[in-house]
Design a binder for this molecule. Sequence first.
Ligand code: NAD
Length: 354
Amino acid sequence: MLDFVHETAPTRVVFGAGRVADLPAEADRLGLARLLLLSTPGQRARVEALAAPLGARIAGLFAEAVMHVPAETAAAARAEASRIAADGCVAVGGGSTVGLAKAIALETGLPIIAVPTTYAGSEMTPIWGLTEGGEKTTGRDARVLPRTVIYDPALTLDLPSRIAGASGMNALAHCVEALYAADASPIIKLIAEEGVRALAAALPAVVTNPGEIEARARALYGAWLAGTALGAASMALHHKLCHALGGSFSLPHAETHTIVLPHAAAYNRDAAPEAMRRIADALGADEAPGGLFDLARAVGAPAGLAEIGLRETDLDRAAEIATRNPYDNPRRVTRDGVRALLEDAFHGRRPAIG
Ligand code: NAD
């Protein structure tokens, strides 16, 4: 029976190749005149060049964004925003850079214009994350949701295939878990299904033909949908597992998602048949877990957790950490079940046909 709550997020989205040129107009639309630009150290020069048309609206640049938003980096960025009397932030980059802007907004309420250059999807969510003493804390707060997002596929043309493939599979994971989330509205499920369809069609082309702007645009469109789904639905076993593996064993974020996703889908297969049918249809595959595994291989992702640095002796502890707090998941989460899932993911086995 239909029974749901749906809330539409207020983010303005501007999409298209070359649209980064709209930055000054979008800043004016929000009435922002003293912007703090944010980037990773590696993207600094590019971000300076892209933002140059903002002219006198640029009050400063903080190019120290790193993965998982360390609390000290967030504190330094907030201090810089305060020192230059910033009235807003422009984050150009992936989830790490958008995450830093969110850490500033969480305490100061400064509005964010996000210009994503990966497929992580953080720009469409009210989810923030901060890492202190090796522990990552996350939460939801409407203040961190970017006010405007400019998706410019031309900015993703230089995203290396290795990062693009894994980042796209990370986005796909948001769609997969939204499709079986108890709190996802019918609209969010449509968005998630279309996200799977767009990403599955685009990612192999992005990896094999990196210069093709149409495939890049389709992948970025899928990433937008995936981020929207992530922002509106609760994530389950898959995200919990990846969080545990990333946080406790320092495994790379997007690659971990890519490897674990087919196995998390296999774990939930019998408990979420409708979601599995929709995922399989959108993938153009016979069944969801195998289709996700084949797509991950097609984008050149590592097959098993062993390849990205997990040790076999870590599996017991990983299963214990990932099952520590009970949480919603279509199939009941048991330590033995998750241990078996991790064993398959460790060795990179193709999930058996259900
Ligand atoms: P990232 O932002 O760390 O980027 C990875 C690397 O790619 C960086 O060195 C970056 O400088 C570089 N890069 C980015 N765009 C590029 C481009 N177009 N060309 C060349 N190099 C480029 O990685 P990510 O996967 O985008 O984000 C991961 C982080 O985001 C994690 O910390 C994750 O927890 C977080 N995240 C948060 C949310 C949320 O809703 N809060 C959602 C998804 C991910």
